[in-house]
Design a binder for this molecule. Sequence first.
Ligand code: SF4
Length: 267
Amino acid sequence: MSPDRPDRPAASSIFVSEIFSAIQGEAALVGTRQVFLRLTGCNIRCSYCDQPEALERRAGPCRIEQTPGRRDWTTVASPVPLDAVADAVLGLWRSLPHHSLSVTGGEPLLQADRLAELLVRLEEERLPVMLETNGMLARGLDRVIERLTYVSMDLKLPSVDGVGVDPMVHHRFLRAALDAGIETWVKIVIGATTDERELVEAVDLVAAAAAGRSVPVPVIYLQPVTPFGQVTVAPDPATVLALHEVALRRYPSVRVVPQTHKAIGQL
Ligand code: SF4
């Protein structure tokens, strides 16, 4: 790594915090078995973020599971050479029938160029790739979009996340994913104090991005926040029902899915 640019990995390496096999606990692919590649670094700081160790894009440890689901970790130094990342992913992928690869973070698109290189290395295996993203870095998306099968995009509500993401940033990102014909869904984390007007604006934003398309509209997943970090309470059942109703009255495809991996004690 270059000593004068600590946020920049050496050529052909990438900041990774962990690689493992687990049951997807959120949104459209809930319940499927995936290989998870968690990249390090995020451009925002959500109040409920449950991955504090993956937020800073800097050198550190990366843990790699050896056998799917056994948590028999070995630890290597991050940034990790792309060939080593590809070997670790493929080792897990070939050891068990997985549904797909989940590229998550942090925000994976902060390292879009390196991620694009990595996905080329994985191409021969034809594994479906799901990108989990905060839906802000459209230029980064452009770098990897040809290699993606699914996009799971967050749409941030300032009253829940404590981050003021410009809705137009999300709109541009979603349109880019839909324009590319990638199967895309939108995840909105809702909390005990979620503002209904804010949710309405978010749902309308998705509807506007999906308007005029012949493909099915992206499903919106409302995800009740799991208390973590600065968030200490989850929305009560009445709040979840009321927010679901508000969204359903404006958009045809809205589902509520909590973080099931936490309910079963998964990573
Ligand atoms: S976008 Fe995701 S990784 Fe980044 S701070 Fe928010 S929850 Fe954490």
